[in-house]
Design a protein. Structure first.
Length: 153
């Protein structure tokens, strides 16, 4: 993950001066989406945009040390749990965030930056699904053996 970290930090630095506009655009994408969870109003997003930026920056700056990011991320994921987020909502949040980055960064959203954010958001989505819903994309060896046996019958 840390090979993409410089791209993530660079793009965060690019959106920092106008993060209020970023959060407003992100909120608009959530309003237009099929998200089912409760989410804050546009005014609340605007009021808390600096805190959101700080949380995001801290996570990105420490991605090279997952053991330090995991507890911090788990703590902040509880907010999504209180908002009744579903696994589908997590996907929608990630997609809306990515689309907002793309629009907000414009020509600065290079293929390297796109790859970096795709990887970071996949990590977030997987981590969130595991932490919130005990959902994993890892198939256990026992499950795989069972599937193989049932296919032979």
């Amino acid at each position: 993950m840390n090979t993409y970290q410089p791209q993530l930090i660079k793009s965060l630095n690019a959106i920092k001066p106008n993060f209020h506009a970023f959060t407003a655009r992100f909120h608009g994408k959530l309003e237009a989406s099929a998200i089912t969870m409760q989410y804050p109003s546009a005014a609340y997003f605007n009021e808390k945009s600096y805190i959101l930026y700080c949380v995001l920056e801290r996570i990105v700056r420490h991605l090279d040390n997952p053991s330090s990011v995991a507890p911090f991320l788990t703590h902040h994921l509880q907010y999504l749990k209180k908002m009744n987020a579903t696994a589908k909502d997590i996907t929608i949040l990630c997609d809306a965030f990515y689309d907002t980055l793309s629009e907000h960064l414009g020509r600065l959203f290079t293929s390297q930056t796109q790859s970096a954010w795709q990887q970071a958001l996949r990590y977030f989505e997987s981590f969130a699904n595991t932490a919130l819903f005990k959902k994993s994309n890892v198939v256990s060896l026992e499950q795989k053996i069972s599937e193989l046996r049932s296919n032979k019958l």
